[in-house]
Design a protein around this ligand. Structure first.
Ligand code: TEU
Length: 585
């Protein structure tokens, strides 16, 4: 069914990305081509048929640059080269050309809040206090009166995203450097114009090579409040919360607009997405208002933080309706101006069918109902590798099975502060980033077709029943359902360009919304629970969609029930049933 002979012709409209679907490749876990157990660029090349068949328009590639891999490539030591574990620049050029030949655009991960501590910029910066690059990073003396290296002597009390303080003592030059993430990820000082010039030059280098845009890692952390004040210490916490000093910092919009002028002006057909933890709806409007010329869209974090308890690794169960309420709030907030990314998964999040669905009792239903809900909202949907197969969380039960630096640090800190091992492991079993990082399940063979060697992270044993080989071409599969959803966005302008109006007025587990674009209308009704529920709607909507037997609106154009049932829009929904109705086109 592949249409490789007739490549799709990507739209050239300035907002083409509104009708596009992005697929994220985490290269380490996608496909290994050389048997070292780690995915690589030539592996991606081998699997382009899968992406083309799915119908995605853009691939976002997580970092493949040269890196010591302390944070799986989010610690870059050379922005102008490919890490040998992933391949070479020649492999990269070949992959890019092969994607373009199939009408697929390629977006690079741009990690410029920090570099690796092994980047030559940082090596030079740390060499001496009067190094020409000293000021490219954040160096500070110990707290007045304290002795460098002693606990509490750090210049601020901030806690790192990866546990422990955000400061690392450098004995040789007698100062601390700032790292919001791991100690091997020192933060660049964007106050220094030389840093910004170097970053923009690097971005142009990749665009000149042919890439189609950037996903900008934690881009809303690049501007720090230069005073670097201490943050509040919350209950039960050892360190302070410094986020007020670096989330959406004072010069952020200035930097993004400068980047736009220096890098993107005069180049067409690109896509830019800012990863922005802690962003509010109002901030997101500013980032993505086209008139402000910053970024096309953001990744906001509200819905993936709903289940965090006192910490990410002490999660709480969600109430029915919480997820939909949060997503609908973002739909409303960006209804006039701005644009959002639609995502439930990425390489930092647990698998959505395990987290928001019912992977045990209603695996197919919940994987497809969640997909329906997400893909037909206003915004640009992102599919994370394996999500289109309904991949689930890993069944890891001992700490030795985990690899992720965030998980390992959080576990060590929990156990050191008295948490029972079983409780610390329970937190990881729900929230570890490694759940997203087990190898893609291509087939039922011993390593799921991912590698001929020993995979760097174990393959999920359920690959014998959840895998791409079984699903492609099977009309009752999660994969084919995703394919249909992606096709709907391409075929119907209402999906990319329509308005959003929430429509349900009954049980909180039912999420229903209407999309309208000119005469074209779409109604999505999804039961996001494992119980049957009858929907209720506001009256206006009922009047618009009760059209009488045989009229459009009575028969869903897409349903995740097997076999399809021609249910009217107000018929009760089975657990995790989702239906999509169309009219007027
Ligand atoms: O993540 C930034 C981020 O804020 C979080 O999602 C983070 O990964 C963590 O889960 C907080 O609990 C980006 C990248 O996506 C992530 O993989 C990197 O580790 C991080 O930045 C540093 O570059």
């Amino acid at each position: 069914m592949s249409n490789a002979a007739e490549p799709r012709h990507p739209s050239t409209a300035p907002d083409w990305w509104k009708s596009a679907v992005v697929y994220q490749v985490y290269p380490r876990s996608f496909q290994d081509s050389d048997g070292d157990g780690i995915g690589d660029l030539r592996g991606i090349l081998q699997r382009l048929d899968h992406l083309e068949r799915l119908g995605v328009d853009v691939v976002w590639l997580s970092p493949i640059y040269r890196s010591p891999q302390a944070d799986n490539g989010y610690d870059i030591s050379d922005y102008h080269d490919i890490d040998p574990v992933f391949g070479t620049l020649a492999d990269f050029d070949e992959l890019l050309a092969a994607m373009h030949a199939r009408g697929i655009r390629l977006v690079m991960d741009l990690v410029v809040n920090h570099t690796s501590d092994e980047h030559p910029w940082f090596v030079e910066s740390r060499a001496s206090r009067d190094s020409a690059k000293r000021d490219w990073y954040w160096w500070r003396p110990p707290r007045p009166g304290a002795r460098g290296g002693d606990p509490g002597a750090e210049p601020t009390n901030w806690e790192s995203f990866f546990s422990g303080p955000t400061w690392e003592w450098d004995e040789a030059t007698g100062e601390y450097f700032l790292h919001l993430f791991d100690r091997k990820q020192p933060d660049l000082n964007w106050e220094n114009p030389e840093v910004r010039t170097a970053v923009y030059e690097m971005m142009r280098w990749w665009l000149d090579r042919g890439v189609d845009g950037f996903r900008m890692d934690v881009i809303n952390l690049i501007s720090k409040h230069p005073g670097l004040p201490d943050g509040p210490v919350r209950d039960g916490k050892r360190y302070g919360d410094g986020s007020a000093s670096y989330v959406n910092g004072p010069r952020l919009h200035e930097f993004l607009q400068e980047m736009h002028r220096e890098v993107f002006d005069g180049r067409d057909g690109l896509i830019t997405v800012g990863e922005t933890p802690g962003v509010t709806v109002d901030d997101a409007v500013l980032f993505t208002d086209p008139a402000r010329r910053e970024v096309d869209m953001v990744f906001q974090f509200e819905h993936v933080g709903l289940d965090h308890g006192v910490s990410k690794f002490r999660p709480r169960p969600l109430e029915p309706g919480e997820l939909a309420a949060s997503l609908a709030k973002w739909q409303d907030g960006l209804r006039e101006t701005g644009w959002n990314s639609l995502y439930l998964e990425n390489h930092d999040q647990p698998r959505s069918v395990s987290r928001f669905g019912d992977a045990d009792e209603h695996w197919y239903g919940s994987a497809t109902a969640l997909a329906t809900m997400l893909h037909l909202m206003r915004g640009t949907p992102y599919v994370y590798q394996g999500q289109e197969l309904g991949m689930t969380n890993a069944p890891f039960s001992v700490i030795d099975e985990y690899r992720d630096i965030e998980s390992l640090n959080a576990y060590a800190e929990e156990v050191a502060s008295g948490t029972a091992v079983a409780d610390a492991l329970y937190g990881l079993s729900l929230m570890s980033r490694d759940h997203a990082r087990t190898p893609v399940q291509w087939d039922a063979s011993p390593n799921a077709g991912f590698t001929s060697g020993e995979p760097w992270l174990p393959v999920n044993p359920n690959h014998d029943r959840i895998n791409a080989a079984d699903q492609a071409g099977d009309p009752g599969s999660v994969f084919e359902y995703y394919r249909a959803l992606i096709a709907l966005r391409h075929e119907r302008p209402v999906v990319g360009h329509g308005s959003f109006e929430r429509a349900d007025a009954g049980h909180p587990a039912i999420f229903a919304y209407e999309r309208v674009h000119g005469a074209e209308r779409l109604l999505v009704v999804a039961n996001l629970s494992s119980a049957e529920h009858a929907p209720a709607f506001d009256l206006d909507l009922a009047a618009r969609w009760t059209t009488g037997a045989g009229e459009p609106g009575d028969v869903p154009i897409l349903t995740n029930t097997i076999p399809d049932s021609p249910a009217p829009f107000d018929a009760p929904l089975a657990p995790w049933e989702a239906r999509v109705y169309a009219a007027g086109a």
